[in-house]
Design a protein around this ligand. Structure first.
Ligand code: XMP
Length: 508
């Protein structure tokens, strides 16, 4: 592997992903890890991330003891480079000019720049700079304001850069990462095929002759997990899909068809009556969420008891937990992520399971690639996220069958049009909201007085922050007229131009 030491940069995960894109397995570990802990990952090289501190701050995180002498190639980025320079005997000082943003290199050379030609734009973000080189190093790149913008000691395999090669604002940064990987001699074997092989083997070893339960939500993670488990343990997988009646148009059928199509033995429970019944007259968003969560657990427990009676004891509960949820890093993320709508905590004592989380080492993109390899249809594999409580939290005010039907049609028109116009993959999530507002309109010669829907599309990396998508006006015009012309219950369409923060992605 390549071990990425996390000094708290907002780009740490991006570094790991960039390396994975080169088919190299990378893991993120906390900056205070010991050399021994790092070695446990059998690294061929180490990347030091950036970070918000100054090396002279009291308590600023340092280099793991012995790392510099361990003979491992090191790529040190931003704060990482200052740390490397400092630890190797150089000097770091506050810069006279804080450099922030795009900066062209005024010169570059050296090992990691091999193959780079023409102008090199670097993304800079630093207050301190290396002002004196440690012994054995030389300067290999400069900008207008920063003389020492990149350094190397190729003999020892030590490389530092003040800018961020991992961000797309450094367009040629990829070559630098590639060159570093070449220097480490690491195998480029982290391909979807290899991942599939590893996961299949691990699942088989862990599960043995036991049985596994999987709750499928229709999202890409649980669906892909269904395919993987089916392949690994076949019959011994019990997959349950609870249809709460709050799904999008055709969704339940689509998921069912896709999974059955590749041989997953799926039990679909139609619990729409029950969920809609429990939601009757409820308008408060938190109340809706609580009811849905509670009903889900109850239905799920019921199915599991029936299943246990049918197939015998089920030992494992599989979950599609992803790497970003488990990274133990300086930023202390993890628990902040919104998890799937069912959790082990809600299961009664007699339904205790051991957790099986085969995707714990994967990023979402990797799950999508795996999904495609396992035969999930591309439009399911590439699907936008969808919240556990479903359309209930997009149907403002009380949720009724009629209102859900209106919302479903509007959502379908909007999302289908995004696909048709090639905009779907450019947005991170897109949705329609049925508001409780009615307003006056004119259709033909007649007055209308009916519902307002809001469309929302956002760009985002992980859903934690988001920007409203600048969809073309012509596209919005087309969608608006399609909606009003084909859904008589709607006479007004508005587009949500709020980012997150201060808005959230969902309206409830
Ligand atoms: P917000 O609205 O908080 O949403 O900006 C961020 C992302 O999380 C999704 N979301 C949920 N997902 N259960 C889920 O599985 C939930 O209760 C839930 N609430 C929000 C939302 O769709 C967006 O992708």
């Amino acid at each position: 592997s390549i071990v990425v030491l996390d000094y708290g940069s907002q780009y740490t995960r991006l570094i790991a992903r960039r390396l994975r894109e080169q088919h190299v397995f990378s893991v993120i570990v906390s900056a205070d890890s010991s050399l021994e802990a790092i070695r446990a990952h059998r690294p061929k090289g180490v990347v030091l991330s950036g970070g918000p501190r100054s090396v002279y701050d009291p308590g600023a995180p340092g280099l793991p003891e012995g790392l510099l002498e361990a003979g491992l190639p090191i790529l040190a980025i931003c704060y990482g480079m200052q740390l490397l320079a400092h630890a190797a005997g150089g000097e770091v000082a506050p810069s006279t000019v804080r450099e922030y943003g795009k900066a062209p290199l005024t010169r570059y050379g050296g090992e990691l720049f091999r193959g780079v030609e023409g102008e090199f734009i670097a993304w800079m973000s630093h207050g301190d700079s290396v002002v004196r080189l440690p012994e054995g190093f030389r300067v290999v790149a400069s900008t207008q304001d920063t003389e020492i913008a990149a350094i190397e000691d190729p003999e020892r395999g030590l490389y530092g850069m003040q800018f961020h090669p991992e961000v797309h604002h450094t367009p040629k940064g990829r070559t630098l990462l590639e060159n570093f990987l070449a220097r480490t001699g690491i195998a480029r074997d982290w391909t979807p095929e290899h991942i599939l092989e590893v996961m299949t083997r691990e699942v088989r070893e862990r599960v043995g002759d036991e049985r596994v339960l999987l709750a499928i939500s229709g999202g890409v993670d649980s669906s892909t997990l269904g395919l993987l488990l089916n392949r690994a343990i076949g019959e011994r997988l019990t997959a349950v899909f609870v249809d709460h009646g709050l799904l999008r148009a055709g969704e339940a059928e689509e998921v069912e068809r896709a999974l059955r199509g590749v041989g997953v033995n799926l039990t679909v429970v139609d619990a729409a009556e029950r969920f809609l019944g429990a939601l009757t007259g409820v308008a408060d968003p938190e109340e809706k969420r609580k009811i849905i969560g509670r009903e889900f657990i109850e239905v799920f427990n019921g199915v599991v008891r029936d299943k246990q009676a049918e197939v015998g004891h089920i030992r494992f509960l599989a979950q599609g937990t992803l790497y970003p949820d488990v990274i133990e890093s300086s930023g202390g993320h993890g628990a902040a992520n919104i998890k799937s709508h069912h959790n082990v905590g809600g299961l009664p004592e007699d339904l205790r399971f051991e957790l099986l989380e085969p995707f714990r080492t994967l990023f979402k993109d990797e799950v999508r690639e795996l999904a495609t390899l396992l035969g999930l249809p591309p439009h399911l594999a590439q699907r936008h996220p969808f919240p556990g409580p479903g359309l209930a939290i997009r149907c403002l005010g009380p949720v009724t069958r009629e209102r859900l039907a209106v919302l479903r049609r509007v959502d379908d028109i909007f999302v289908s049009a995004l696909r048709e116009f090639g905009l779907y993959d450019e947005t991170w999530q897109a949705l329609a909201v049925l508001t409780p507002l009615r307003s006056v309109g004119v259709m033909g010669d007649a007055r209308t007085y009916t519902n307002t829907v809001a469309l929302r599309a956002v760009t985002s990396v992980d859903g934690m922050t988001a920007d409203w998508a600048r969809l073309p006006h012509d596209f919005l015009a087309t969608v608006s007229s399609r909606i009003v012309n084909s859904v008589p219950e709607v006479n007004r369409v508005v587009y949500d131009i709020t980012s997150k923060p201060p808005g959230t992605i969902e309206w409830e």
